[in-house]
Design a protein around this ligand. Sequence first.
Ligand code: ZN
Length: 323
Amino acid sequence: MTAPARSFSPRDPTDRKVLVTEVGTRDGFQAEPTPIPTATKVEILDALAAAGVPSFEATSFVSPRAVPQMADAAEVMARVARRPGVRLQALVPNARGAEAAAAARVDMIVCFVSASESHNEANLNKPIAGSLANVAEVARIARAAGIPLRGAVATAFGCPFEGDVPVDAVLRIVEAYVGEGVRHVSLGDTTGMATPPLVERAVEAIRGRFPAVEIALHFHNTRGIGLANVLAGLALGIREFESSIGGIGGCPFAPGATGNICTEDLVYLLHECGFETGIDLERLIAVARRVEEVVGHPLPGQVMKAGPRLRLHPIESVRRAVG
Ligand code: ZN
């Protein structure tokens, strides 16, 4: 498949604002073998919001037996600072999760279904049709609570068990979401199988069928082209991306899946391309370093190591370098 050459200018060149949704305290911490203390999660969320991050997938209301790392979801939501203009989303797998999320007054509930049957079975232990029935219940609860619902499509660009995921499979889920009143859809590249042509194909297919739907893109850097996929999305006029601080995360049910694209690297790219995020990159890097300390192992983020390109170094520090 060959993609037509295109310049990296947005559909509407005057639209330079990009919404960055931070998923590190959910997608990232969930994949950590050691549970992160609630106070630390709250500290990280507050520090990121203070650095200007406007939107979060803060936690998920799931069975503590299935995902012990998220057992403190209600407590995290109760303790995190609520700032005007900052959106705190929570992921829910079912009605019980939606009720708990509504009781915790999250700003947006996120439901999720995989576009591939086998990944949905592995991740949610039921067929897609069963998950869509759950979505209807979740939507009813969200509506009753007056909380907007966002629909995530996992394995939207490929499945580790089935390979290519047909666009029609993605469209079927988006159609079900739209039928439940969902306006925000997030396409998840759960195992890092997206490529720029696949991004273009999925975004254009959804736009063609559901022009009112707002699309966010959630990429993983499993094969090193996460930010190339962001550029493809920007060129298509997409203005929301999900990422994790330091690049933490991965899907425990997807073999070989490594982390999300990294928030500092994404923000660095966006700013260098003239987009506005409202985020202070230096403060973001400081939080990434703190997260590295908290998890106790190196994180894949690169800008957190090298710094912004115009951060200067004393010449003495490189005098003896030979290559
Ligand atoms: Zn992810």
